[in-house]
Design a protein around this ligand. Structure first.
Ligand SMILES: *Cc1c(COP(=O)(O)O)cnc(C)c1O
Length: 399
């Protein structure tokens, strides 16, 4: 059996650069910023990109290469490029693919910082973005222009778990000579492999499920060898959003348990979603594996029958102020779970998106993205489901 035949679980623990002469079984952590060159001629070739050897820490590191190889193999991509954070992966993608005068179509319910980066920061440099309703394929089509270079979706979205049809959007992009990028942070390659569905680029925040234990910041882009070498590597070299070797090593080891974590946490999330739906203080539950989710069938076919480990629920309220107070009451009642604006941890994390992750949006942008003041996001961890429920009941039963 060759490496190419390995299934994802095997790739997750076996794919890496070869071990050193010491034969270490766990992948080595190389903390070095420079590399000694065998001779001047080789050094010249390596710096010119004609030879594979390492040259300088901003350009590459063997531990980071192991992480990139492993993640690429799991995503079914030819190559990957590690970055310092998920947002620096988005920035690298945009800097590598776009120039002034180009147009992007993106979902209006993407991660808050992605909306800020596209809508504000890149707009300053003449890149225009049209934000469309996530699940409305016709709206994506209507937003296309002759200068559209990139379609960018995140599915499921944070925090409302809206799902879009990756294959349909990839077709639309390719028919227009554009590229399709998917932020796969919520599903991870365990549940969803966008490249197999036609996407050109997968964006990751390694900070989330890939690390899985809430320790380090990391990010990555997965794509063809050509895109990674010709479009992203030059940006890395000059802009330096390099993934630190220690962080790469932590996430590399996190990938080894990704499949079993995703399956266990998704199973608890489904039980939580069903349970929350039956509580009389809860007005809505957003979770793709619930049959009443608007894109349930699409989600189940695109995500290998799982809804993932993140859900959100609304506690409602007669006005935005009342809704906010009700949500805060539930969050302030937590004794075991973490009030923490992060996700993808083995610990269950609860957050109020409207005042945290989506707090930098204008009220208009927030309304458009559907993030109400009564909404609570839960990133379900590995605690026992009954202990998670008991902790949420402290606040839910005293509203
Ligand atoms: C967290 C997150 C990001 C950004 O990642 P960082 O590592 O925090 O920079 C991007 N997209 C989604 C969906 C996220 O949840």
């Amino acid at each position: 059996m060759s490496r190419d035949d390995w299934r994802m679980e095997t790739r997750a623990v076996r794919e890496a650069v070869p071990p050193t002469a010491y034969g270490e079984n766990a992948e080595a952590l190389f903390l070095t910023s420079g590399y000694v060159q065998p001779d001047a001629e080789t050094a010249a070739r390596r710096f010119a990109g004609e030879d594979d050897g390492f040259t300088y820490g901003r350009y590459g590191n063997p531990t980071t290469s192991s992480f990139e190889q492993r993640l690429a193999a799991m995503e079914g991509a030819e190559a990957a490029m590690g970055t310092a954070s998920g947002m620096s992966a988005v920035l690298m993608m945009c800097m590598g693919l776009l120039q002034a005068g180009d147009h992007v179509v993106a979902s209006r319910s993407m991660f808050g910082s992605t909306i800020k980066l596209l809508g504000t920061d890149l707009a300053k440099f003449g890149v225009e973005t049209t934000f469309v309703p996530q699940a409305d394929v016709a709206a994506w089509r209507a937003a296309m222009r002759p200068n559209t270079k990139l379609l960018f979706a995140e599915t499921p979205t944070n925090p409302l778990t809206e799902v879009c049809d990756i294959a349909a959007l990839a077709d639309m992009a390719h028919n227009a000579g554009a590229l399709m990028a998917v932020d796969n942070c919520f599903a991870t390659p365990v549940l969803q492999r966008p490249i197999a569905l036609g996407a050109d680029i997968v964006v990751h925040s390694g900070t989330k499920f890939l690390d899985g234990q809430g320790r380090v910041m990391a990010g990555a882009l997965c794509a063809s060898q050509r895109l990674v070498e010709k479009s992203f590597l030059p940006v890395l070299k000059s802009a330096g959003m390099t993934l630190a070797p220690f962080n790469a090593w932590v996430v590399l080891k996190g990938l080894e348990t990704l499949a079993i974590r995703m399956r266990a946490q998704s199973e608890t999330a489904l039980a939580m979603a069903q349970w929350l739906g039956s509580h009389d203080q809860v007005t809505a539950v957003h979770y793709p594996a619930l049959s009443k989710h608007p894109q349930h069938a699409l989600a189940m076919s695109q995500m290998h029958g799982s809804g993932g480990a993140v859900l959100s629920f609304d506690v409602g309220g007669a006005s935005p102020e009342v809704a906010r107070a009700r949500a805060f009451h539930v969050l302030d009642g937590l004794q075991t779970l973490s009030l923490c604006t992060n996700l993808g941890d083995t610990k269950t994390l609860c957050a109020h998106p409207a005042s945290t992750s989506h707090g930098r949006l204008s009220e208009e942008q927030r309304q458009a993205s559907g993030v109400t003041q009564g909404l609570i996001r839960v990133s379900v961890g590995l605690e026992h489901v009954q202990d998670i429920q008991a902790d949420l009941l402290n606040g839910l039963n005293t509203l």
